[in-house]
Design a protein around this ligand. Sequence first.
Ligand code: FAD
Length: 471
Amino acid sequence: MKTYKAVIIGAGPAGHSCAVRIAQLGGKAAIIERDYIGGICTNWGCTPSKAMIESAKVACEVENSGHYGVNVKVYQVDFQAIATRRDKVVKQTREYITDLLNHHNVDIYQGEANINAPDTVQVRYGKLNNETYQMDYTGEEETLQTENIILATGSKSLIPGFIEQDDPTIVSSHRLITIDDRPESLTIVGGGVIGMEFATIFSNLGSQVTVVELLPRVLSMMDPDISDEINRLMEEKGVRILTNHKVTALTHGILKAVNQDTQEEVEVKSAMNLIAIGRTAVLQDELLNRFGLDYTRKGIDVDDTMQTSVPGIWAIGDATGKSILAHCGIQQGIVCAENIMRDKHEKPRLMDYSVIPAVVYSLPEIFSIGIVPEEMSNVRVVKVPFAVNLRANIEEHTDGFIKLWIRDQKVIAAQAIGYMVSEIQQELANMIALGTNVDDVAKIVHAHPTYNEIIRSALEYAEGKAVDFYI
Ligand SMILES: Cc1cc2nc3c(=O)[nH]c(=O)nc-3n(C[C@H](O)[C@H](O)[C@H](O)COP(=O)(O)OP(=O)(O)OC[C@H]3O[C@@H](n4cnc5c(N)ncnc54)[C@H](O)[C@@H]3O)c2cc1C
């Protein structure tokens, strides 16, 4: 029987990062995957969605090219070429991760993992069918011996009870991200991150998009100003957004929803209907119960070292229900690996959830970092529009703003909507994580003209001494 320091179930970002760090620290790791290497993120989530958003962005830029004196009279969205490019990017990323695992001598097993005991895992070998995306099991099995088992089993789309499973117009993100033909019309149930990113993709590529959201605003986890701004900008682009609407039925492509204020009923007929009401941890209840692992419907319980309630069994990534973000899973994977490999007299490394950036790759992009305080005494809130930023003006990307929450000279939360803001958020994340004084960063020279300069402008504005604008 092969023996390992750790057997990791699931080769998503959490699992493969954990495997690599264990190997770097001298442990022999195995990873078992019943789908493609790379998990949801590489194959069905982050990578294909961002590849398609890039096409949407190019379409949007071509649409606006006349503003820059470049007249593109006719252009055509070739959706099949977009899909081919998406699939190529996914395949390259998957191959890159496989190569990375091989480079670190991590043994990769393709098949379904089952825990037999806290120190043995059984692999039911399979081969993935590239047409059906289903696993064809070969009938072969193997049992692996291990000191540690790491559950990195990820999450799946939540599908509500009213959905007719056999309605061909209804899809989850898992299916929509693989399509090769653009639907003429798309209704999205759920105005959260995934819903708004798909609305961005398809509205910019020419589909008629409707978003139906139960709550009074889209992106309800963000500041209301952000929700209002993205709502306004998307509606300007022709997306129909129905907030405060409860879906009551969805059959044969016809969605019925009730306005919760007026009780008025609306009907929307679309070629495709995406259900994007959230994701839930992949839990094998029978297995978790058999070994007495504590869990809730949200995810497997772990402490800050990533240990479950059963010694030797660890959990990381979406399966823990702590967040549905790849970078959180990656960090959990690293923390878990370092705790498995540490000398027992060394202090464990603890996972810190206080600064996990969240990005929405809409057009324009959105980010949120830190925790907006409920208690606002001694908190200064500043909001600076991109309209005061020179680079944004030069490039005509003046929509949006940055908003900072500052207490005792330190930024405690930051949110923004604006062109490519995902690329400027890390400075604020570092400030929050390190507890840096506003003044100390405002004094650092920021290159001119850059979008990033808005951070210096906002920090100085918070101190009442912005030199580059007034409001
Ligand atoms: C459309 C979409 C877009 C997204 N975009 C972003 C983004 O831009 N940024 C971001 O941070 N996050 C994004 N996410 C979320 C991100 O994909 C997840 O947070 C991330 O994939 C979680 O990583 P993970 O390693 O925990 O699990 P996963 O990536 O879900 O991987 C878990 C793996 O475990 C395997 N597995 C489960 N059970 C078994 C078993 N018994 N045997 C063998 N294998 C098993 C599964 O097949 C799966 O491949 C997006 C998600 C979606 C759906």
